[in-house]
Design a protein around this ligand. Structure first.
Ligand code: CP
Length: 308
């Protein structure tokens, strides 16, 4: 049984799964597309528990949709103020409860390491829906799956990640994810104060991923296959005036895209604020809504592989 080795596995970091695992998952995601609207009974009688301590639209709702489309049920909260943690119950005790009620736990938390802690406490598989500013593995699944669908391969792609690279977990997680692939060239484009964190760059170096850091996106556009734009992480700035300082400092424009290589696609983890203006939606390379849509089959595939 192909899923045998995956049953019960946690998904905390994209680095926990190897390239072969990811390729299997992409194949499974293709198979899941036929259930996207009509559903199946693959996970009948299984329960997904969602614990979202930070806001989410895409990740939570696509997980819930994925579980319901596969015939399962959903419990959980998107507003932690309705849970007993407000009266002092610990995260570990909360996880113990959900472990007994459900077959899989999906958690988003602002503190890095929360998902790993949950996985240590729970017997059922735990999926990290984003913790701290480094890991968001199911966003990266969605991103890599999108690149694979668009180009047929990920090896050899030239990819720029633009924006708040220091604080955007989708950015660092994507860099980690790309380290599984060969001959990828990464352009890390950001204001100087928002550069990618050293530990992420160390991982790229250890995996022999060629990367350059730059503050000028226009210079690199003619050679890019993918421009991956990130949101300025307003909620993670200690000093709110820093957010105002960087706001608008890397907006993508239609004039800028005239310099892009033919066939280049524009991706974004969403939500966007003003770094991708609405007029970009009509340009031929805009893929961010398709990217978000791809999150559904990718998460259906993951759930189907790890839930026993
Ligand atoms: N990209 C992403 O994680 O979106 P949400 O915050 O809406 O889940």
């Amino acid at each position: 049984m192909i899923d045998g080795p995956f049953k019960g596995r946690d998904f905390i970091s994209i680095l926990d799964w190897n390239r072969q695992d990811l390729e299997l998952l992409f194949g499974r995601a293709d198979e899941m597309k036929k259930f996207e609207k009509n559903g199946s009974e693959l996970l009948k009688n299984r329960i997904l528990a969602t614990l979202f301590f930070e806001p989410s639209t895409r990740t939570r709702l696509s997980f819930e949709t994925a579980m319901i489309r596969l015939g399962g049920g959903v419990i959980g909260f998107s507003d932690p103020s309705t849970s007993r943690m407000t009266t002092g119950e610990t995260l570990a005790d909360t996880i113990r409860m959900l472990d007994s009620y459900s077959n899989v736990i999906v958690i988003r938390h602002k503190i890095e390491g929360s998902a790993r802690l949950a996985a240590e406490v729970a017997d059922v598989p735990v999926i990290n829906a984003g913790d701290g500013s480094q890991h968001h593995p199911t966003q990266t699944l969605t991103d890599l799956y999108t690149m694979k669908k668009e180009f047929g391969h990920i090896d050899g792609l030239k990819i720029a990640i633009l924006g708040d690279l220091r604080q955007t977990r989708s950015a660092s997680s994507l860099a980690y994810g790309l380290s599984h692939f060969k001959d990828v060239k990464l352009f890390l484009i950001s204001p100087d104060a928002l550069r990618m964190r050293q530990e992420v760059k160390d991982q790229l170096s250890d995996s022999k991923v060629e990367f350059v850091e730059s503050m000028n996106i226009e210079r690199h556009l003619p050679e890019l296959d993918v421009l991956y734009v990130t949101r300025l992480q307003k909620e993670r700035f200690v000093d709110p005036s820093d957010y105002e300082k960087f706001r608008g400092s890397y907006t993508v424009t239609t004039a800028m895209l005239q310099k892009a290589k033919k066939g280049m696609i524009v991706m974004h983890h969403l939500p966007r604020i003003d770094e991708i203006p609405l007029e970009i939606d009509k340009t031929p390379g805009a893929r961010y809504f398709q990217q978000a849509a791809n999150g559904l089959p990718a998460r259906m595939a993951l759930l189907s592989m790890i839930i026993d």
